[in-house]
Design a protein around this ligand. Structure first.
Ligand code: SF4
Length: 359
């Protein structure tokens, strides 16, 4: 098993059910992770800055048609406070995430990015949906370092079904990812495992696309149905793929994470909150032991956190930032890993080995 893994081998691992053989996959992915990105686990403080969204994604609780949801947009001072909290906890990155909210004005966010850059050593990651080229350029110039935009599935027909276009605007996330790279961002993307209609072959293609796009960050979570969405209501518009259907289980995610580590050895790969949601006991730890090297503790103020309901039952919605920090640090240390310090960008293996935070 190596970086050049063929599609047929990826497919065969995705279909594998023998737990003894799967141990080989876990072991191999963990060894590649150790060799290429070290034993450090990087903590990215997540701030969910707005739950407004103009899109109608069929899987997401924030979709514009969900009238049940109370929407919020954080104040600038609250976001900057959260960034300072990230520094106090020793995190190297703050991630500002939101729905596709055009109420987040470009110059307003630029001022926040500049203030955080002035006052902290943090790397800044944005995850704000399909924004205009001018906005992406402005935020990069203001100091944003990274941008996350999941392509969710490489099957374009399935993607168009679950992510309807916005009016006449073209929606080409792969082109956007390439553009983000041109603008000088470190670029992250990812997919869901187990979307109704997603076949094993489609997930194998996703993993090959991670390699082709040479992504810096790759997030993989399970599809978790939300009752206020078409996909959560078993709509006949979203049929399952019979025996080719990828199940939306933690096992599917572990396999995809492990295979992704093998084909993209130096990428930053999070053990996602969605994984921790379907296995609250040790989903994150298993993710970290099967290829992942990043976790994203939540720094969103508690009064907003419960409102950011992309999917139900989300892990860590009732814990304070402090509680999340203590809990995650403990989980990382208990599996024999250490906490990375500094921004933890791509290719920081040497730093990962040296900058050990004993807090
Ligand atoms: S996935 Fe993102 S763009 Fe789609 S509805 Fe949810 S928040 Fe909006």
């Amino acid at each position: 098993m190596n970086e050049a893994m063929e599609k047929s081998e990826i497919l065969s691992w995705l279909r594998e059910t023998n737990s003894r053989r799967l141990q080989t996959l876990w072991h191999h992915a963990d060894e590649i992770r150790r060799r290429h990105v070290g034993n450090a686990v990087h903590l990215r403080g997540l701030v969910e800055i707005s739950s407004h969204c103009v899109r109608q994604c069929a899987y997401c609780g924030l979709h514009v048609g969900n009238a049940e949801l109370t929407r919020y947009r954080m104040e600038a001072a609250e976001i900057v406070d959260a960034a300072h909290q990230a520094v106090a906890f020793g995190y190297g990155t703050v991630v500002m995430q939101a729905g596709e909210d055009y109420g987040l004005k470009a110059d307003w966010l630029s001022a926040i990015i500049q203030q955080i850059k002035r006052e902290t050593p943090l790397a800044i990651t944005l995850s704000l949906g399909e924004r205009t080229d001018a906005e992406l350029q402005e935020w990069r110039a203001a100091g944003a370092d990274r941008y996350l935009l999941r392509f969710e599935t490489s099957n374009s027909a399935l993607f168009d079904r679950i992510h309807p276009p916005l009016g006449n605007r073209p929606c080409d996330r792969l082109a956007l990812l390439r553009r983000l790279r041109e603008l000088g961002y470190e670029v992250g993307s990812g997919v869901m495992a187990g979307i109704p209609g997603q076949t094993y072959e489609s997930l194998a293609n996703d993993i090959l696309l991670f390699r082709e796009l040479d992504l810096d960050m790759i997030g993989i979570g399970p599809f978790v149905p939300h009752p206020a969405t078409p996909l959560g209501q078993n709509s006949p518009d979203f049929p399952y793929a019979g025996e080719d259907q990828v199940p939306n289980t933690e096992l599917s995610v572990y396999k995809a994470v492990a295979l992704t580590r093998i084909v993209r050895p130096d990428a930053n790969i999070p053990a996602t909150t969605a994984l921790a949601t379907i296995n609250q006991k040790n989903g994150r730890e298993l993710g970290l032991q099967r290829g992942a090297n990043v976790v994203m503790p939540n720094l969103t103020p508690l009064q907003y956190r419960q409102l950011y309901q992309i999917y139900p039952g989300k892990a860590c919605v009732t814990e304070t930032g402090e509680a999340c920090n203590t809990c995650l640090s403990g989980r990382i240390l208990r599996i024999g890993r250490h906490i990375g310090s500094g921004p933890g960008g791509r290719g920081t293996h040497a730093n990962a080995q040296e900058n050990i935070c004993h807090a």
